[in-house]
Design a protein around this ligand. Structure first.
Ligand SMILES: *[C@@H]1O[C@H](CO)[C@@H](O)[C@H](O)[C@H]1NC(C)=O
Ligand SMILES: *[C@@H]1O[C@H](CO)[C@@H](O)[C@H](O)[C@H]1NC(C)=O
Ligand SMILES: *[C@@H]1O[C@H](CO)[C@@H](O)[C@H](O)[C@H]1NC(C)=O
Ligand SMILES: *[C@@H]1O[C@H](CO)[C@@H](O)[C@H](O)[C@H]1NC(C)=O
Ligand SMILES: *[C@@H]1O[C@H](CO)[C@@H](O)[C@H](O)[C@H]1NC(C)=O
Ligand SMILES: *[C@@H]1O[C@H](CO)[C@@H](O)[C@H](O)[C@H]1NC(C)=O
Ligand SMILES: *[C@@H]1O[C@H](CO)[C@@H](O)[C@H](O)[C@H]1NC(C)=O
Ligand SMILES: *[C@@H]1O[C@H](CO)[C@@H](O)[C@H](O)[C@H]1NC(C)=O
Ligand SMILES: *[C@@H]1O[C@H](CO)[C@@H](O)[C@H](O)[C@H]1NC(C)=O
Ligand SMILES: *[C@@H]1O[C@H](CO)[C@@H](O)[C@H](O)[C@H]1NC(C)=O
Ligand SMILES: *[C@@H]1O[C@H](CO)[C@@H](O)[C@H](O)[C@H]1NC(C)=O
Ligand SMILES: *[C@@H]1O[C@H](CO)[C@@H](O)[C@H](O)[C@H]1NC(C)=O
Length: 678
């Protein structure tokens, strides 16, 4: 199949091909298993159970490189999206939904909705899971700004975090949620939490001696500062990163800048030696806590880039990564590959008789890097100037990738072989391509990972969508991400049966303050025109980044945050999530409960409690427009300046001062604009 490619044959590609042949020969001669080419596969149960990690260092190579393995008895295959959810997700959901009942009830009881017996309601509904509220959380892209602001929200939603279940607290929302999706910087947050034993934001923020996790005071370009489990200096840090990437090439796989970026990210996000090179994303599914439904279902999002194109439009295929599968419900690819076996030799959806199985390609940092691949350029541009003493060979290795790949692919993550080779050729634009190019999930402007959550098969009732996009001159959101998702839902072809609540223009958001406080969209079910059997889309609770107690509009390109600044932004996000622990609105917590219940009440034909009607009047966008542009948007503190340090890069005028030089120029104008957005 590789011979049919029009793509130039490079050494690594040929090596991959040879390796497959060699592995086939080994298998056929019966002289060993496919794993003979790699280090012995460490059995899963060799992982000390006392650590109980959420993700596991289970790559068959024992390190960063993927490896050819013996195929399981039932060979992995591409699954059509026509079947709805995967059997694995379908089996997992009742376990999780059951586990959400107690935390949800606890949260709703604390909300104290007058004249509504929430306990009786939930107890009746729990006999029939489909009547229960089904909650999802989504965290946008936007680099460290998005990670930190999103972290503030997740901290407030997490009943394990101090002071989240008192007055005005929304603690337990995380425990009551079914899905937790992240994209780009939001994917770093979601990824980090799941890679680290489903740790709370508080635990990650506090860190631990010798760990570089969440130590953003050490620039990602310079590497972790501490010794102990981490490395010692910038040169050896990049040395290790380059060695790991090289090991992937040596194993016969292509690499892209994303491999380097993903590795560098991991040192900050995964609390293990060298950022856990052998951790895989699919391993989340193998850990006990996940199996027992003790956590939500993590989803990371990336976009597909059609072969031969550079612009990502709203019609681009949106891919999701879950512990079980990677693929898309979009009517283009319309299929899924088991995440664990991503780089196996699929052709027309199956592994041919002599085709090989590969594990370890879903390396954890690589998946996080894929969702945030726009930052490849951040790396390219800063590796020498910011990092300092990076060995020449490392810089050459990184820029050398582009010699093979081409400069216009400096923002891609390369998935080769393409699991969807030959799959759905009539609609899948990449079906003929031996490689699948994935890019940052925000490149189609849908900077909040909502596509997976509005799929009717997932039956989500409410999405809490945290938006830390930098849309305006001063890096605040104006809901561009929501408009993109709404617009996409109007292209019936790509929408493929998904619906999205209408949202207004940017000026209306700014003039009505809809980007400065939580706003609900899609409150009125009767406003949707539903086809036979179609259900209304989820209610959207939009939580925009705004200055509550800190100017959290830091530049996407600030690679360094003191602990104090990091904590200030997290606290700001916490205050946004709780409306200052209820001080801005003491009914906020009740209104969160009403948003959770809304679709369920509708479904069960239950009258809306009076208090909830009041919440909906207050928080729902009612269709009013205010489209006059009133100039630069420069919000002031909603609670007060409680920052402990001067925020170095906040409020910097961005658009005009962005140095457009070097490699950025290689990318088309549109992408330069996008770069500012995420
Ligand atoms: C449902 O959850 C409850 C409380 O967590 C637990 O005791 C029970 O065993 C669960 N039931 C099922 C069928 O998983
Ligand atoms: C479960 O609840 C849903 C929504 O309220 C309802 O449509 C369905 O008929 C119920 N099923 C059973 C078995 O009661
Ligand atoms: C928890 O809340 C109490 C009362 O408001 C406050 O004194 C204490 O500092 C808070 N603890 C934390 C860790 O925020
Ligand atoms: C990091 O991992 C070490 C070793 O497993 C553990 O002791 C420590 O608590 C972890 N730190 C954090 C912040 O999770
Ligand atoms: C997406 O495709 C539809 C046709 O299905 C077309 O009308 C629309 O213009 C396309 N949108 C973009 C942004 O390319
Ligand atoms: C770092 O990269 C960003 C994004 O490409 C760029 O705007 C910035 O100027 C770079 N910083 C330096 C010091 O090169
Ligand atoms: C909204 O954000 C987009 C970028 O996402 C920007 O182009 C546009 O000018 C902004 N509009 C307003 C009114 O802020
Ligand atoms: C979704 O896409 C698939 C694959 O193209 C198609 O068969 C199906 O009819 C579409 N569903 C809707 C509701 O448009
Ligand atoms: C709300 O509570 C959190 C956690 O205790 C605290 O960090 C924050 O400062 C409080 N916010 C306000 C406005 O008091
Ligand atoms: C709709 O909301 C606007 C403010 O956002 C308010 O002025 C107006 O009165 C509301 N209209 C109705 C019918 O509630
Ligand atoms: C929903 O429909 C009502 C009645 O047609 C209308 O007044 C209202 O503006 C609509 N809501 C939105 C958000 O468009
Ligand atoms: C907020 O306070 C910090 C110091 O506590 C100060 O450096 C900063 O300038 C203040 N920010 C604003 C916008 O007033």
């Amino acid at each position: 199949m590789f011979a049919s490619s029009s793509s130039s044959s490079t050494t690594p590609r040929r090596r991959w091909f040879l390796e497959i042949l060699l592995a086939a020969a080994v298998l056929q001669s019966g002289s060993g298993s496919g794993a003979a080419l790699a280090e012995p596969v460490p059995p899963l149960d060799s992982v000390p159970s006392s650590l109980d990690p959420r993700a596991l260092p289970n790559s068959p190579s024992g390190s960063y490189a993927p490896a050819v393995v013996a195929c399981p008895a039932i060979k992995p295959a591409i699954r059509s999206a026509r079947g709805g959810l995967s059997p694995e997700e379908t089996a997992w959901l009742p376990i999780r939904r059951n586990a959400t009942i107690d935390p949800m009830l606890d949260l709703l009881k604390r909300a104290n909705i007058p004249a509504f017996d929430v306990e009786a309601y939930i107890n009746a509904a729990k006999k029939n899971v489909s009547a229960l509220p089904n909650i999802a959380l989504a965290v946008s892209g936007g680099g460290y700004r998005a990670l930190l602001n999103g972290a503030g929200f997740l901290a407030a939603a997490d009943s394990r975090v101090t002071n989240t279940t008192g007055t005005g607290g929304i603690g337990g929302l995380l425990q009551a949620s079914t899905y937790l999706a992240g994209l780009s910087g939001g994917g770093w947050l979601v990824g980090s939490i799941f890679a680290n034993n489903f740790s709370s934001v508080e635990t990650l923020r506090n860190g631990s001696p010798g760990s570089s996790v969440w130590k953003f005071s050490s620039s990602i370009f310079k590497g972790p500062a501490q010794s102990g489990i981490s490395i010692l200096n910038t040169a050896s840090y990049w040395d290790d990163v380059a060695d790991q990437a090289a090991s992937k090439v040596d194993a016969g796989f292509e690499t892209s800048i994303t491999d380097y970026w993903g590795r560098a990210l991991s040192y900050q996000l995964i609390n293990d030696t060298d950022g856990g090179p052998s951790y895989t994303f699919s391993s989340i599914a193998q850990s006990d806590q996940f199996k027992q439904g003790q956590t939500p279902f993590p989803i990371l999002v990336a976009d597909g880039r059609a072969p031969g194109t550079t612009i990502i439009s709203l019609n681009a295929t949106v891919y999701e990564f879950t512990p079980f599968e990677m693929g898309s419900f979009d009517p283009t690819t319309f299929g899924f590959v088991p995440t664990r076996y991503i780089a196996s030799n699929f052709s027309n959806g199956v592994i041919p008789k002599d085709g090989k199985c590969v594990e370890g390609f879903d390396q954890y940092g690589f998946v996080m890097g894929t969702s945030s691949s726009l930052f490849n350029q951040f790396l390219l541009q800063n590796i020498t100037s910011v990092a300092g003493d990076v060995p020449d060979f490392v810089v050459n290795a990184i820029t050398g990738v582009l010699t093979d790949l081409g400069n216009d692919k400096n923002d891609i993550a390369q998935y080769m072989p393409n699991p969807f080779f030959g799959w759905n050729p009539a609609t899948n634009g990449a079906a003929d391509s031996i490689e699948l190019d994935l890019v940052d999930g925000g490149e189609d402007l849908q900077n909040i990972p909502l596509t997976p959550l509005i799929q009717p098969v997932r039956s989500v009732d409410v999405i809490f969508a945290v938006d830390s996009s930098a849309d305006t001159t001063y890096f605040w959101p104006n809901a561009t991400a929501l408009r993109a998702s709404y617009e996409r839902s109007l292209f019936s072809k790509i929408a493929n049966g998904t619906l999205f609540p209408p949202v207004p223009d940017a000026d209306t958001f700014i003039n009505l303050g809809l980007n400065q406080r939580p706003t609900f969209f899609g409150c009125e079910v009767k406003n949707f025109t539903l086809q036979e059997g179609q259900v209304p889309p989820p209610l959207l609770v939009y939580i925009p980044n705004a200055p509550y107690t800190a100017m959290s509009n830091v530049s996407t390109f600030d690679p360094e945050y003191s602990d104090a600044q990091r904590n200030d932004i997290i606290r700001n996000g916490f205050n946004s999530a709780t409306q200052g622990n209820g001080t801005l609105d003491d009914t906020w917590m009740t209104c969160v409960a009403c948003a959770i219940l809304s679709r369920s009440l509708d479904r069960t034909g239950t009258a809306v409690p009076v208090a909830c009607a009041g919440c909906f009047t207050k928080y729902c966008w009612n269709g009013t427009l205010s489209t006059v542009n009133k100039g630069e948007y420069e919000p002031t503190f909603k609670i007060g300046n409680e920052t402990t340090v001067a925020a170095t890069s906040a409020g910097v005028r961005g658009m005009s001062s962005l140095p457009v030089s070097g490699l950025v120029v290689v990318v088309m104008g549109g992408l330069v604009g996008l770069f500012l957005l995420v």
